[in-house]
Design a protein around this ligand. Structure first.
Ligand code: HEC
Ligand code: HEC
Ligand code: HEC
Length: 101
């Protein structure tokens, strides 16, 4: 009986880790994306965000998957970028931090 439980536990562990480490993507896109906002440029560390987020593209790309994001602009940027920084208590959340003047 003990053995069966141990086996099940091992299966659960290996099954779990397979979902945590997502498959390496075929096209990971650019390493850095320069967002041009007026005269200012915000260098967005695309690759670093991917690695930090366990290669979970859905945080920003949603269900559609990697590639251009539909309707990308001010609204989508703010709804995608800011809540996560807020939640993680890491990364910029204030206007001035991203829009330096
Ligand atoms: C923290 C947010 C974020 C994460 C996580 C993220 N991306 Fe992106 N990615 C973006 C943004 C923003 C763009 C630019 C969208 C646009 O211009 O429409 C982009 C663009 C891309 C592009 C298109 C580049 C182009 O100009 O054609 C590819 C390909 C891409 N990402 C792949 C990935 C893959 C694969 C993952 C997961 C391993 C991933 N991204 C994770 C934010 C992210
Ligand atoms: C799902 C979570 C998440 C999303 C979505 C996200 N970020 Fe971040 N971001 C982080 C974390 C975590 C850090 C802190 C990384 C560190 O300290 O190493 C960070 C740091 C940053 C930084 C400062 C440090 C650096 O690496 O450049 C900038 C600028 C930034 N993010 C911009 C953006 C922009 C722009 C978007 C939207 C396109 C975005 N982030 C979306 C989690 C996220
Ligand atoms: C995490 C970084 C981040 C924070 C914080 C942030 N923004 Fe943005 N903002 C962006 C990005 C990225 C874009 C869109 C860039 C693009 O169109 O590709 C953008 C676009 C804009 C635009 C569109 C005009 C332009 O210059 O292209 C305005 C206006 C704006 N933001 C104002 C604000 C204000 C006001 C705040 C504070 C309440 C704020 N932003 C906070 C990242 C940020």
């Amino acid at each position: 009986m003990k053995r069966v439980i141990l086996m099940l536990a091992l299966l659960a562990i290996s099954g779990g880790s397979a979902t945590v480490l997502a498959d390496p993507p075929k096209n990971s896109g650019p390493e850095v994306i320069d967002f041009k906002m007026g005269v200012m440029i915000l260098p967005f560390q695309h690759r670093k965000h991917q690695t930090n987020l366990n290669n979970e593209c859905f945080h920003c790309h949603g269900k559609k998957g990697p590639g251009k994001i539909d309707g990308w602009g001010k609204e989508s940027a703010h709804t995608i970028c800011i809540p996560c920084h807020d939640l993680e208590e890491k990364g910029p959340i204030e206007c001035k931090q991203c829009h330096k003047k």
